[in-house]
Design a protein around this ligand. Structure first.
Ligand SMILES: [Zn+2]
Length: 81
């Protein structure tokens, strides 16, 4: 491997540790739930999930799991109980 690429890999590893460098704007994820897979969509601060709980509450275990995974890399949603 050439030295240019080695330097880039080292830089990438450093960036990967610095989560505040990353800001997700939109993505779609399939989350394997306890019973079925669910499609979660994130679009500029707005979540959507196709599960029943999300339809009634606007938040669910699938979207919240992703909030935990992506903490610091997405706009924080207010916790409403
Ligand atoms: Zn859900």
């Amino acid at each position: 491997m050439d030295y240019g690429m080695i330097g880039k890999i080292e830089k990438a590893k450093r960036y990967a540790q610095e989560r505040d460098r990353f800001r997700f704007s939109s993505f779609t994820v399939t989350v394997d739930g306890a019973n079925n897979p669910h499609t979660v969509i994130y679009d500029n601060g707005t979540w959507h999930c196709d599960c029943d709980f999300f339809h009634s509450r606007g938040r669910c275990s699938h979207t919240m799991a992703l909030e935990f995974i992506l903490e610091g890399m997405i706009a924080a949603a207010p916790v409403t109980e």
